[in-house]
Design a protein around this ligand. Structure first.
Ligand SMILES: Nc1ncnc2c1ncn2[C@@H]1O[C@H](COP(=O)(O)OP(=O)(O)OP(=O)(O)O)[C@@H](O)[C@H]1O
Ligand SMILES: O=C(CO)[C@H](O)[C@H](O)COP(=O)(O)O
Length: 448
């Protein structure tokens, strides 16, 4: 036949209708497989990626004149794991999961990663929020496609798009549509990370709009998965230890997106508005419903302090916190469970027009008991936030003034002078406390 058959059990692996298939090798199989029309180069890249972390267990022999692979494996089970890995389909055929647990677990002393989901529409401040989270965890992150730090890895779920930009345009679907995403692979890979396995995660390239070859992601102390659909798939919900939804009202979303996409991405105003309009139905159907199940929701609304405000520079921000969640104690103002309206402007807090108003109280959120902390208005002098901080309880800080210090350290980050920054810091502190409760480990606070 022109090639040497290895002595252990061999299978012929080939691609048929975008699925990887296999047949036990024998002469008869070989003749039938050789008639299958397959994409040899695709199999080749799929296989070489897979071998990056499975090389010790699987050897290959290739007959160069035809488009299939002879795989030699130690057992039928090994072959099944190799061939049936969920990534071995469609555009994500080169994605995969390691067969043995990651060495990182022992090297870093990780028992099991804590998994946190952050959901929001595009342009709603996920990256801004996660930069604050990393600051609070004191994690320096890599500049790679997926930011990986000593403690925290942040996976962007856009990487699980199955349709690239052109594909979505041809099929006339948005990136928010489940049809454009591989939820099966997402679930398999995040579950694998939680169990301590390495993964080869696909990459969606926002510069080119294409799907790039996968990258190696290893378990970490905390894995944040952020994007459009962190718990759209019910199985994903079971994997998440904590969930945050950034609920940005349409008016504010438009203002933020126009400012970013015109200043940073050179888009025209009419195109930005058209894109927002075209995404609305899918946003309402697939993304927005996730907010009803989040443990913490940061809701951003137009101010009530300025009648008919058009600028959207003053915001009313609400931190909606689920009650009765293990490991999560909601932040309260003055007296837990009471309803309180508070205007702190005066001797200890400088306020200029239109002032600042706080509200705290119990509420109902999609049939769940919640506590809501609300702030409308801007902080004039950030250092005076210590006065606000001293009236908040259950903040999960490690020293007096930690919240104020965090906001001062990142004073130029968007939202530092209003409720968005304050509630992002509070939520990040809750993540830290939850991690400590779940793992029994302690994270040192970042001191200036
Ligand atoms: N709290 C805030 N106040 C004012 N502007 C904000 C705030 N948070 C974010 N923005 C602005 O909104 C824009 C989008 O923010 P960011 O990049 O963090 O969103 P994103 O959800 O990560 O977006 P994408 O998913 O499209 O990458 C940025 O220009 C940012 O400056
Ligand atoms: O909703 C989004 C989340 O970031 C993006 O629009 C989606 O990922 C597609 O990206 P691009 O517009 O760069 O092709």
């Amino acid at each position: 036949m022109g090639f040497v058959l290895p002595s252990t059990t061999s299978y012929v692996v080939y691609k048929s209708s975008s699925t990887i298939k296999s047949k036990k090798y024998n002469k008869r199989n070989y003749s039938s497989v050789s008639r299958v029309q397959v994409g040899g180069s695709k199999i080749s890249s799929w296989l070489s990626n897979r071998l990056l972390f499975q090389g010790k267990e699987i050897n290959t022999t290739r007959k160069t004149t035809t488009k299939y692979w002879i795989i030699t494996v130690s057992s039928q089970t090994a072959l099944e794991e190799f061939v049936n890995c969920s990534g071995s389909k469609g555009v994500h055929e080169s994605a995969g999961i390691s067969r043995s647990k990651s060495k990182v677990l022992r090297n870093k002393g990780i028992e099991r990663p804590v998994i946190i989901g952050v959901a929001a529409d595009s342009g709603c401040g996920k990256s801004t929020f996660l930069r604050r989270v990393n600051e609070i965890f004191g994690t320096k992150v890599s500049q790679s496609h997926t930011p990986q730090g000593e403690l925290v890895t942040v996976i962007c779920l856009d990487d699980f798009h199955t349709l690239d930009r052109k594909g979505r345009a041809e099929k006339k679907v948005t990136a928010l549509n489940p049809e454009a995403n591989n939820f099966e692979l997402m679930y398999q890979q995040i579950a694998a990370l939680k169990e301590g396995y390495d993964i080869m995660k696909p990459i969606y390239n926002h510069q080119t709009g294409l799907i790039d070859p996968p990258e190696l992601i290893q378990p970490n102390h905390i894995i944040v998965i952020e994007g459009l659909h962190p718990w759209y798939d019910a199985r994903m919900k079971q994997l998440l230890d904590f969930t945050v939804y950034l609920d940005i009202s349409d008016e504010v979303k438009v203002a933020w997106k126009i400012q970013r996409d015109m200043a940073e991405r050179g888009h025209k105003l009419e195109n930005i508005l058209a894109s927002i309009e075209s995404r609305k139905p899918d946003f309402q159907q697939y993304i927005d419903p996730q907010k009803k199940d989040a443990v913490a929701v940061i809701q951003v609304l137009p101010t009530r302090l300025i009648p008919d405000d058009t600028e959207k520079k003053v915001l009313r921000v609400r931190l909606i916190q689920r009650e009765g969640i293990q490991g999560f104690q909601s932040v309260y103002l003055y007296d837990e469970g009471s309803t309180i309206d508070w205007i702190p402007c005066g001797r200890k807090l400088t306020c200029s027009y239109p002032g600042i108003k706080f509200h705290y109280g119990p509420d109902n959120w999609y049939n769940h008991d919640v506590s809501v902390l609300e702030v409308d208005g801007n902080f004039e002098k950030l250092e005076e936030l210590i006065y606000i901080e001293s009236h908040l309880n259950n903040t999960s800080t490690k020293f007096y003034g930690e919240i104020t210090q965090q906001l001062l350290r990142n004073s130029s980050a968007p939202g530092s002078n209003n409720g968005t920054g304050l509630f992002q810091v509070l939520t990040a502190l809750k993540m830290r406390q939850l991690y400590e409760e779940l793992t029994g480990k302690s994270i040192a606070p970042v001191l200036v």
